[in-house]
Design a protein. Sequence first.
Length: 65
Amino acid sequence: MKINELRGISPIKPLAPMTPAKAKIDSLKRTKDAATKNLKAERDRQKLAKAQQDIAAVRSSLPKI
């Protein structure tokens, strides 16, 4: 018995090479995921900027004490 087997660590098995068609699909999925992530980040950034702008507008309209 090997030490890794005693520890419960299984060996890493290499992946078989992808066919060109599967590689293209994988690449398109990664591109889609990155675009989705970037779109969400931009929407969040714009929401934050709008909220900060609204807060600044409210602060400037309040009477000074």
